[in-house]
Design a protein around this ligand. Sequence first.
Ligand SMILES: Cc1cc2nc3c(=O)[nH]c(=O)nc-3n(C[C@H](O)[C@H](O)[C@H](O)COP(=O)(O)O)c2cc1C
Length: 141
Amino acid sequence: MQYVPNHGYGLHRLIYRSRSRLPADGPSQTELDDLVAQAATDNRAMTITGALLAIDGWFVQALEGPSDMLKAAFDCIVTDPRHTAVELRAVEPIDKRLFGRWAMKQGRPDIPRGLDIGSASAEELLSVLQLATLPPLLKAG
Ligand SMILES: Cc1cc2nc3c(=O)[nH]c(=O)nc-3n(C[C@H](O)[C@H](O)[C@H](O)COP(=O)(O)O)c2cc1C
């Protein structure tokens, strides 16, 4: 799917998945922390919000914001050497944000189970991201 920027400047959401090129035994928390921190700083400046999940060697990300800002961010993301096989699953106009509280929120990879991320639809990826970013019901310990 190609990014079609010609939706004007209204609020949009994009969803993609990609193959992580961070170490095969799973990216370290430091690498993910750096990635999420950098994304959050850049996104704040662009009024973009979203969520990122690293699971089983995949990245799943949703980004919400003005169409032109999303295009600028996605142009950078696509060429980032930390991942490959970036496949855009949806770009669509939205009335309100689902991830409005976070410039970038990292999802918990223990939550999603039994979904083939590689072939999952935009709707499936979005549900996984929503589930993985819910606040924990119980405090451990
Ligand atoms: C999985 C993944 C998710 C990313 N998410 C974002 C993001 O949400 N916003 C962003 O600005 N950059 C994101 N980046 C980083 C960009 O690809 C790029 O490194 C960043 O925009 C810095 O670009 P610059 O050095 O040209 O400023 C992400 C990178 C990866 C690998």
